[in-house]
Design a protein around this ligand. Structure first.
Ligand code: GTP
Ligand code: K
Ligand code: MG
Length: 451
């Protein structure tokens, strides 16, 4: 990070642009002095709002009239002295207040993420909680909001720190056994450490094998709409999106590019991709569209296979071949099905098929509930364990698990200890806790070696 001579930072905490109220935030040792300078009054009582007029510190010109809050460190978001100014939310007001504050001693504009970074450095947040703040701000659906709040509350940090603590304990016991073999240490230290590692490894593997639900909840579940040309894929996409996102026409081969829409299905985020109709013998542009459609079908978490009810019971084989157990099958244009076909419960490639009509609305409510249920099972876990939410965490956990399983095969206690040290470090990378002092603490607390 860059080194600055001025160390009190200021930034607009609310969104840029026009609004009723904007919030400016200052953090650092010069925050209170800057507030006093631009208001000409002393700081209010900590954590009580007070009304103040804001003036330019050099020419004394009136800039705005608003509220101020004073949070003396360490009981603040960053752990430093923090001041908040609530002013009117217009460009001229916020720009002039920022300039006025930066004209005060020690104050400069903050870098991106610098408030949270300071909070992390001052032990107010671990890295997973800092990431959760970003996720909460980005959350578009209720389920994403809940996951971010849970993580911000420290649910993930507690899980990973708990594991790290267990690991440090096993390591400390092992270290003591290696370093002080003559001491009066329990003989079952080695087997105890192994049992601990095995159970930790099991818990970690269970957490990793969660179908990526936490990561998907953050990003949105990828759902691909596939099917033969003219089955009504774009019509269905538009109906789910409640807007004309994709072109609909009676011409087969209308959709070429993948058209993405973001949906909130019962609180769960979905990225729905409308794709080109699957068929042979088309022009090069359409062929590229079909290649993209197939690629989407392959990477999607869930597929909606749309068949054309107007040609029922003939089924497009390209699409049938892509139906698997993560496919919701629908037969569209139910309004065109012969009356006798309505009585049966059709199946396609062993999967139940729902008859719908985008035009008449027939079967659409049932389809939406079934789709939401499929999305929910893929994003919601069983039980109360917090979900793994980021690829960054996953890769550190995979490193950790690799080290743990290697440690169990280690031919010597020293090598086993080295693997455990690497495993501890990998876990520490997730929350940002990487010190070895904890290790010494455990050794000296549990063994009192050498008094
Ligand atoms: N009768 C009837 N026609 C429908 C229904 N849904 C869509 N259509 C019509 O079917 C035609 C094709 O619809 P699209 O949504 O463009 O179909 P598509 O599957 O996206 O087609 P491509 O992009 O060409 O692969 C249009 O004329 C729609 O109006 C329905 O439920 N009933
Ligand atoms: K079409
Ligand atoms: Mg289309």
């Amino acid at each position: 990070m860059m080194q600055y001579s001025r160390n009190t930072i200021v930034a607009l905490a609310s969104a840029a642009g026009r609004g009723g109220v904007a919030v400016l935030r200052l953090s650092g040792a010069g925050a209170a002095a800057a507030l006093e300078k631009i208001t000409g009054k002393s700081c209010p009582a900590p954590r009580y709002a007070a009304r103040r007029r804001f003036y330019h510190p050099q020419d004394g010109g009136l800039l705005d009239d608003g509220l101020v809050l004073w949070f003396p460190g360490p009981a603040s978001f960053t752990g430093e002295d923090v001041v908040e100014l609530h002013c009117h939310g217009g460009r001229a007001v916020t720009d002039s207040l920022l300039a006025a504050l930066c004209a005060c001693d020690d104050v400069r504009p903050a870098d991106a993420g610098e408030f949270s970074r300071r909070a992390f450095h001052n032990g107010k947040l671990d890295l997973t909680q800092a990431e959760a703040i970003a996720d909460l701000v980005d959350a578009e659906t209720l389920a994403q909001q809940r996951q971010a709040l849970r993580q911000m509350d420290g649910a993930l940090a507690r899980l990973y720190d708990g594991w790290r603590h267990d690991l440090i304990r096993s390591l400390a016991h092992l270290e003591a056994y290696i370093d002080f073999p003559d001491e009066d240490l329990p003989a079952e230290v080695d087997e105890g450490a192994r049992a601990g590692i095995r159970s930790l490894l099991q818990a970690m593997r269970g957490h990793l094998a969660d179908g990526h639900r936490g990561e998907r909840l953050r990003d949105g579940l990828a759902v691909a709409v596939i099917g033969p040309p003219n089955a009504g894929k774009s019509s269905l996409t538009n109906s789910l999106a409640r807007r004309e996102a994709a072109i609909v026409s009676a011409t087969a081969g209308t959709t070429r590019d993948v058209v993405e829409v973001h949906l909130d299905l019962g609180g769960y985020p979905v990225i729905l991709a409308d794709t080109a109709g699957l068929r042979e013998g088309s022009d090069p542009i359409e062929a590229e569209g079909i290649r993209r459609a197939r690629a989407r079908a392959e990477t999607a978490d869930l597929k909606i296979a749309v068949f054309d009810g107007a040609s029922w019971p003939a089924l497009d084989t390209h699409t049938v071949n892509l139906v698997d157990d993560s496919t919701v099958v629908v037969i569209n244009k139910g309004d065109c099905l012969p009356a006798d076909q309505h009585q049966t419960c059709p199946t396609v490639a062993g999967r139940p098929a729902q008859v719908i009509s985008v035009h008449s609305g027939q079967g659409m409510d049932a389809f939406l509930s079934a789709l939401t249920a499929e999305v929910q099972t893929r994003l919601e876990g069983q039980g109360s364990a917090p979900a793994l939410t980021r690829a960054r965490h996953r890769s550190a956990l995979e490193d950790c698990a690799d080290c743990l399983s290697r440690s169990l095969q280690a031919p010597a206690l020293e090598l086993m200890a080295e693997d455990l040290r690497l495993a501890t470090r990998a876990l520490g990378r997730i929350t940002g806790r990487v010190d070895v002092e904890d290790l010494l603490d455990v050794i000296f607390r549990d063994f009192c070696i050498g008094k």
